[in-house]
Design a protein around this ligand. Structure first.
Ligand SMILES: Cc1cc2nc3c(=O)[nH]c(=O)nc-3n(C[C@H](O)[C@H](O)[C@H](O)COP(=O)(O)OP(=O)(O)OC[C@H]3O[C@@H](n4cnc5c(N)ncnc54)[C@H](O)[C@@H]3O)c2cc1C
Length: 293
């Protein structure tokens, strides 16, 4: 199928792009890698009058690793982020998660920021953003603001962004101390969108859990933090986390997700998998946090 007609704007500066968005916010769409937007247009699920292409804007293609965060520009392709050894050394969960995003051809064009803005609830990058924490920087004709990861995802494919805003970068927080991580997704084939997945970071101070972040994706209209399961293990000694405590965390996760039936899996199956993946995420994250490597 072909997309409905639109006016194409190859913008050279952010000011030019936000100017077009501001003149017609509801009739304009930002075009980044196009790996989600173009299929949406071809299926005629959206019919914007203006496509605001940000690919020719200089200065949006970067990865900056700082002591407490990593900043990724809106032009940075997923495969560049996936291959960054510097980023990998501080946030290894990102490479693992990106390796599950579609296929290399998709990641060659798709951007990390575009994936977060698209906010597919079964996508990997929104779940990573919510788990590691951080913020996006949004520009509009009115100025610049930041939106924290906890406030960003509102509903299915819906974020806190206004239609006249462009995200110029995303910042991922780097966890401090001894932190273990885990990523796993269940999909019919590698590269498919997840039926259900988990991302976790668990930090230890001594042998006590000081911080836990566990996110399930594919289990509701947005990626979902498993806050009760997180609270259950926070403050517990790593050696005491097993048996009953893990079972309670799993059943809290199964209760916290809001899945629906679809052609890939039933809601009951997804609830069951949410519990299993939560248990595994806690166990493996603790192992990683406890090991010197
Ligand atoms: C066959 C196939 C398989 C795929 N499999 C997966 C998968 O398994 N997991 C997965 O996560 N994704 C998958 N994707 C989607 C892919 O990851 C996309 O690249 C990503 O979701 C969107 O990034 P993009 O840069 O292509 O954004 P675009 O498609 O250009 O834009 C997506 C949306 O975000 C908005 N947007 C983009 N950038 C900005 C910005 N800077 N500021 C404001 N709004 C912005 C656009 O207006 C649009 O609404 C798949 C795609 C295809 C075609």
């Amino acid at each position: 199928m072909k997309p409905p007609p639109f006016k194409y704007h190859a913008c050279r500066t952010i000011d030019e792009a936000v100017g077009i968005l501001d003149s017609d916010p509801d009739g304009s769409k930002v075009l980044a890698g196009g790996q989600s937007l173009v299929p949406v247009l071809n299926l005629r699920l959206a019919a914007p009058d203006n496509l605001v292409d940000i690919n020719s804007i200089e200065g949006l293609d970067y990865i900056r690793v700082q002591p407490d965060h990593v900043a990724i520009g809106a032009g940075t392709r997923q495969y560049i982020v996936e291959r960054s050894d510097q980023l990998h050394s501080v946030l290894p969960v990102v490479r693992e998660a990106l390796s599950h995003v579609g296929h290399s051809q998709i990641r060659n064009r798709g951007t990390v920021v575009g994936s977060i803005c698209h906010a597919d609830p079964a996508a990997e990058m929104p779940a990573v953003f919510l788990t590691v924490g951080g913020e996006v920087t949004a520009r509009s004709a009115a100025g610049t603001r930041t939106i924290g990861s906890d406030d960003f995802f509102e509903s299915y494919l819906t974020t806190a962004l206004e239609p006249n805003e462009i995200v110029t970068q995303v910042k991922f927080d780097i966890p401090s101390g001894r932190t273990g991580w885990y990523f796993e997704e269940v999909a019919r084939r590698h590269g498919d969108f997840a039926i259900l997945g988990v991302v976790a970071l668990v930090s230890l101070e001594g042998d006590t859990v000081s911080r836990a972040r566990i996110t399930i994706f594919g289990g509701g209209a947005t990626p979902l933090r498993m806050t009760v399961a997180e609270q259950l293990i926070t403050g517990a000694k790593a050696g005491d986390i097993g048996g009953d405590l893990l079972e309670r965390a799993a059943s809290e996760a199964s209760a916290a997700v809001r899945p629906t039936d679809d052609i890939h899996a039933s809601a009951d199956y997804r609830r069951h998998v949410a519990g299993l993946l939560t248990k595994r995420a806690i166990t493996r994250s603790l192992e990683r946090a406890g090991s010197p490597a």
